[in-house]
Write a protein that binds this ligand. Structure first.
Ligand code: ADP
Ligand code: ZN
Length: 529
């Protein structure tokens, strides 16, 4: 590190050089740091890997007193404190993993002014003893990390975060900086209002992660597809594979290991020791694949994650963005790959229908899912859609699957009419509801046991859809769901008409569909000839 001195160099820049060993600030950092050093409140929206930590760590070192950092990442506090200690920063944490002896030590260090940074789990702030402790020390700032956890509208709500609104009332003179890597306009507004940060300065960085290539593929044999991806593009690379359930995490990890890939499982059902050990190995060793539920990853700072693969559909675009954002923090080319199929939609609808909470909550979950489906089924640039979701305009990126192999669209109006009228007939004439499998069997004219049992071969629509394959019909169903022209509900994923279905059936609305890639691939040589 080059020694820097002289009045022209700010304290913040000096700390950046001397303590952290970096040459210059990244985009946005300097302005944010200056503002907080001057005592201003800030709300910071910056993508994962953008460098949010320095935005509160440096002001905490420059200002007098202890910077109090509220973070939900209890499992990472020890690592964060160790990393700071290694840099010569005096840091400590208070959370439920400590015994009272350890806690007392940290508390007296805080009171004696021997700390620069104190990390706190949010539930600590609900304790009167914590509030009284903080009253007795000098606080340089409050940093609220993962601030989207305060938003009920978001995807990662934590009730303990609601208590953070009182910080401002109790310590009006202490600047507050709230930070998040994920916020739509709605979440952004909710964070500001719940944390009383409307009058704070808002710093919104670009959410683009240009080095991440976004790809979304139809799911047929997800584990095989994953294996092909790993073998052809990522041999020896570190990566994360997300699965929805614990059992699918276990099975996928076993499958990968059985195929010679170094993979580890991570989910909330494993005991804390195994989880910590697997996480530590993933961080320290090269080329490991972590197969995990979304319990894994928040706050994980591993720069060389080369791919993030989703074997199941994320519940929201915010979740998808945050999870894929763990790829390529070092700025090198990385891949975000998602396999998605009709069964995902059925399963997630079912989860929403049976979820706890009121109707408003279920509607919110439904809106999140719809936005995710729209991203999956778009014929536009994925990045344009993704950034648009966060309220940021952009142009086609050239580094996503739809830019690299533009999907063809086709006029699916007639196919949609056939499918919707099959659903309508079953409902009207037979008072029956069925899932996609049976509807497609009817369209394809298959004499299955279930078709015979329900006498479905006598329907006039029986066998009217043989021009498409089963996979193509599943694609039609998925896309009609994504476009709101069809709905799905219940344990068996029964299909239902929506208000908009009538427009298609009444020929008042054209339906454009994305061609399934297998077919597009077949079509390409012909087009070239
Ligand atoms: P975020 O919390 O926004 O995901 P971090 O604060 O963890 O990001 O920073 C991501 C990585 O970038 C870290 O390894 C950090 O040390 C590094 N970093 C942050 N700011 C700078 C900088 N100005 N110069 C070089 N590296 C930086
Ligand atoms: Zn693109």
């Amino acid at each position: 590190v080059t020694p820097v001195s002289g009045p022209e160099v700010s304290d913040a820049l000096r700390v950046l050089h001397r303590v952290f060993g970096y040459d210059s600030f990244r985009e946005g950092q300097q302005e944010i740091i200056d503002h907080v050093v001057d005592g201003g409140d800030a709300l910071v929206l910056m993508p994962t890997g953008g460098g949010k930590s320095l935005c509160y760590q440096i002001p905490a070192l420059v200002r007098e007193g202890v910077g109090v950092v509220v973070s939900p990442l209890i499992a990472l506090m020890q690592d964060q404190v160790d990393a700071l200690t290694a840099l010569g920063v005096r840091a400590g944490f208070l959370n439920s993993t400590q015994d009272s002896e350890e806690r007392r030590e940290v508390e007296s260090a805080f009171l004696d002014g021997e700390l620069d940074l104190l990390y706190l789990a949010p539930e600590r702030l609900r304790l009167d003893s914590t509030l009284r402790l903080l009253d007795r020390g000098t606080i340089s700032l409050f940093a609220i990390d993962e601030a989207h956890c305060v938003a009920q509208w978001g995807h990662d709500f934590r009730p303990d975060y609601l208590a953070l609104s009182t910080l401002h009332e109790r310590w009006p003179a202490v600047p507050r900086i709230a930070l998040t890597a994920t916020a739509t306009e709605a979440t952004h507004a909710e964070i500001a209002s719940r944390l009383n940060l409307e009058k704070a300065r808002h710093f919104v960085s670009s959410f683009d992660r240009p080095n991440i290539q976004y790809r979304i593929a139809p799911k047929n044999e997800p584990r095989r597809q994953l294996l092909t991806l790993l073998r052809t593009e990522h041999s020896g690379d570190a990566g994360i594979v997300y699965c929805l359930s614990r059992s699918s995490v276990e099975k996928t990890a076993e499958f990968l290991v059985g195929n010679g890939i170094q993979a580890l499982p991570y989910h909330a059902g494993l005991d804390a020791r195994t989880r910590a050990a697997n996480q530590a190995r993933f961080l320290r060793e090269d080329g490991l694949v972590m197969v995990a539920t979304i319990a894994f990853g928040m706050g994980i700072d591993k720069p060389d994650v080369r791919f993030v693969a989703h074997l199941d559909l994320p519940k929201s675009v915010e979740g998808y963005y945050q999870e894929t954002g763990r790829a390529g923090r070092d700025g090198l080319p990385s891949v975000a790959w998602l396999a998605y199929g009709l069964q995902d939609v059925v399963q997630q609808r079912k989860m929403i229908d049976t979820s706890e909470g009121d109707d408003a909550h279920r509607r919110r979950l439904g809106t999140h899912l719809d936005a995710m489906l729209a991203l999956c089924e778009t014929v536009e640039c994925r990045r344009v859609r993704l950034l648009d979701y966060f309220g940021q305009q952009s142009t086609a990126c050239g580094n996503c699957d739809t830019c690299l192999t533009p999907p063809q669209s086709w006029d699916g109006t007639i196919a949609a009419q056939k499918l919707l009228s099959t659903v309508l007939r079953l409902q009207r004439e037979r008072r029956q509801k069925f899932g996609a499998g049976q509807i497609i069997d009817i369209l394809l004219g298959r004499e299955t046991a279930k078709v015979t049992q329900f006498d479905h071969h006598s329907l006039t629509v029986f066998g009217v859809g043989t021009e498409l394959s089963e996979a193509e019909w599943r694609g039609v169903v998925r896309q009609l769901l994504a476009q709101g022209l069809l709905a799905v509900e219940g344990d068996y994923g029964t299909l239902l008409l929506t208000d908009a279905s009538a427009e298609v059936l009444g020929r008042r609305r054209q339906v454009l569909l994305r061609r399934e890639p297998e077919r597009a691939a077949r079509a390409r040589p012909e087009a070239a000839a």
